[in-house]
Design a binder for this molecule. Sequence first.
Ligand SMILES: [Zn+2]
Ligand SMILES: [Zn+2]
Length: 320
Amino acid sequence: MIQHGNGILVEVDGRKFRFDPRRVNQDDTCMISHAHTDHLPTSFRGSSVVCSQITRDFVKLRRNKEVQIVDDEHVRQLEAGHIAGSQMFLVEGEKKVLYTGDFCTREKEHTKAAMPHKCDVLIMEATYGKPHYVFPDHAEMMAVVKDWLNDIMRADGIAVLYAYPLGKSQELSAYLRDFPLLLHGAIAENNRLLRAHGMTLSDVEYDQHLAIPPFVYITSGLGRDLARVESLKKKGAKTAAFSGWALDRDFVSVSRANEAFPVSDHCGFDELVEFARRCDPEAVFTTHGFAKELANHLRRNLGIQAQPLVARQRTLDHFC
Ligand SMILES: [Zn+2]
Ligand SMILES: [Zn+2]
């Protein structure tokens, strides 16, 4: 039985397993795939969860809640390759159920690649589940970014990089570690948490005294930081956005950046399809983004029983 409501509930061998629940309870095995806020619980009626140590520390930072990591003999944590500490979960009983959470099969500077795993039921994200979302080779794309930045640095300029504070900001921090980096406070805070886990990341916050060109400023570019970014632009700063949506034709104008680089922490369409094929499941459930489109494609082209998982819909008792 698979149910979408308080996270995704799966029953295996009469036990209840909950992936990315909104509310953690004591009765079910609750698993948190990673620390993006749309996956973090908002309330806790229990404090035992299955997650990585990094995710546990982000729960404390973002939800101000101490949770204990529990081992469950039926649950294996696998690298999801999405952001630092992100995990996929393999629940093993009479059937094997793999939940990907958000995942990425491209190796990046600060995360390893997610690997497919043979399972009976695959529950996968479909953020970029449409054929035109095919990402370029990650290392090649980052080399292009480096060239672009080197030109700006040689001219004693300023570069402002718009990146999500948890995920791409760490990838840029890691990959560009030899550049004069300044970070938005929220990004520096995340990096500090990850340094405690042994990652080599800058935690130098933007400060007017340090902001002497050439330098690279990493920020979400949103909210209260807009004013700072505007003033840097007046000083000639060049801006770049980092997002998978940069594959959309109108993204540059929407992002209002000088450059847009299609760098993502998710699988592209081709990688989603290949992952599903190699997991060789009896059934696939898709969630997030283009769930319907991906499920249709898997059904028609791979002959896999696939369907989007819609909130509160009960489905497919006969598969697990
Ligand atoms: Zn995520
Ligand atoms: Zn997500």
